[in-house]
Design a protein around this ligand. Structure first.
Ligand SMILES: *Cc1c(COP(=O)(O)O)cnc(C)c1O
Length: 415
């Protein structure tokens, strides 16, 4: 028995593949909107909660516009992401620019769009000065380093090994410089976990940031307007995993907020997040067809998608659940490696997975591909990026990105 649900069945997908051949991504509009509402709901206690959707997760204008309608801003970290946000009609404080190793060109664009700039390094202060002498509002990214109590996180890892953010001494220096220039509005950001399901690890981020707000406000006599808790909320990739209890997570932040901000008589703070994965991850699917079967020392099922379409399994050994359309109720009697066609042996969507008996022509759905899926795609071995579709609220579907063609692939070559 397959124990993960799908928002569509074999019939609907067979209808779609007549127009849009596999492989393709499809995103569930209704589920994305319901989830966005839920996220805003759990923060109804906070005065001006906003999630800045991390664009890199799913950089498609239809998705960004959908999330914008739900009240979200965007978190950009590159020139292309800023331009995408602009072309989706966003500007001003609806954009958070959280970059690292940033170019002057990127700061120039962020300044032009009047985005909130979140600096990753002390050396970015003089750099930014050349395009924006006195920012209206400024934020810095904190790296807690060895101060963090923590429980450790495998994707971002030990903060002292992470390239992101500034030390506490650098933060104090940074805010002091900005204060002395006449900046009046301040924010503070940190993000030290990724794909984290444990509430205690997520709570640490909030605690570290709130403690710093208290300390820096006191030392420098400045007022913070917001804290930005970054992204990093995990999703339940495996059927046996539990999604983060958003109500509990928010309630934990609320009690820390009351203890540290309200009880210290500090002015109210806006709570911002930059969640990406939990916003769209569970609501995107990679649909692919079985084109080959091979039986050597193991049993292989070859599909028409490959690691170039979804690199998480190959890169991190990440689990992505796989359903075989029409065989959801069949017993898992076989053990397969489901593989793509790259000349790389890590091009596998799963290794030794128990699945029902598969035949050539079956359609496989790879779950939880709505974040860091299509966007991490690449062209190795001349593989073309797939189309993206939206499963609309009314049950219809529409193309939101066409598949690449050979012409696209050759278009940058100089013959
Ligand atoms: C990637 C990233 C995010 C989003 O992280 P998720 O794990 O997808 O929630 C948010 N902020 C920054 C700075 C990031 O690099």
């Amino acid at each position: 028995m397959d124990n993960k649900q799908l928002p569509f069945g074999k019939k609907e997908i067979e209808q779609i593949v007549r127009t849009y051949p596999t492989p393709f991504y499809i995103y569930d509009e209704k589920a994305i909107l319901d989830n966005a509402r839920r996220l805003y709901g759990v923060f109804s206690w906070a005065s001006a909660y906003k999630n800045y959707f991390a664009v890199k997760v799913l950089p498609n204008p239809h998705i960004i516009s959908l999330l914008k309608q739900a009240g979200m801003g965007v978190d950009c970290s590159s020139l292309a992401e800023l331009v995408l946000a602009e072309r989706c009609g966003m500007r001003g404080e609806g954009i958070m620019f959280t970059s690292n190793n940033t170019s002057l060109e990127e700061f120039t664009k962020a300044a032009e769009l009047k985005a909130i700039i979140n600096l990753d390094d002390i050396s970015h202060i003089p750099m930014l000065e050349s395009v924006l002498p006195v920012p209206e509002i400024i934020s810095f990214r904190f790296n807690p380093g060895p101060f963090r109590k923590s429980v450790g996180n495998s994707i971002i890892g030990d903060p002292t090994e992470a390239k992101f953010g500034m030390t506490k001494e650098q933060l104090l220096e940074g805010y002091r410089i900005m204060r002395d220039k006449g900046v009046k509005r301040f924010g503070l950001h940190t993000m030290v976990v990724s794909n984290e399901l444990r509430l205690e690890a997520l709570a640490e981020t909030a605690e570290a940031v709130l403690d710093l707000v208290v300390e820096i406000s006191g030392k420098l006599n400045i007022t913070f307007e917001f804290i930005n808790l970054g992204g990093g909320i995990g999703i339940a990739y495996k059927p046996e995993e539990q999604a983060v209890d958003l109500e509990k997570w928010s309630a934990g932040i609320r009690s820390m907020y009351e203890a540290k901000i309200i009880n210290n008589n500090l002015p109210p703070l806006k709570i911002f997040t930059e969640s990406g994965r939990m916003v769209t991850g569970p609501y995107g699917y990679l649909v692919t067809r079985v084109v080959h079967e091979k039986h050597t020392y193991k049993d292989y099922v070859g599909v028409d998608a490959c690691m170039a379409n979804l690199m998480r399994p190959g890169m991190y050994g990440a689990y992505h659940h796989i359903s075989i359309l029409g065989k959801e109720a069949q017993p898992q009697t076989q053990v397969y490696d489901v593989v793509g066609s790259l000349c790389e042996n890590n091009d596998k969507f799963c290794v030794g997975r128990r699945l029902p008996k598969i035949e050539i022509g079956d359609i496989l759905v790879i779950h939880d591909a709505g974040a860091h899926g299509h966007s991490m795609g690449f062209n190795y071995n001349g593989k073309l990026r797939s189309a993206e579709l939206l499963l609309c609220k009314d049950g219809s579907h529409k193309l939101i990105r066409r598949a690449e063609t050979l012409e696209d692939y050759f278009s940058t070559l100089v013959f």
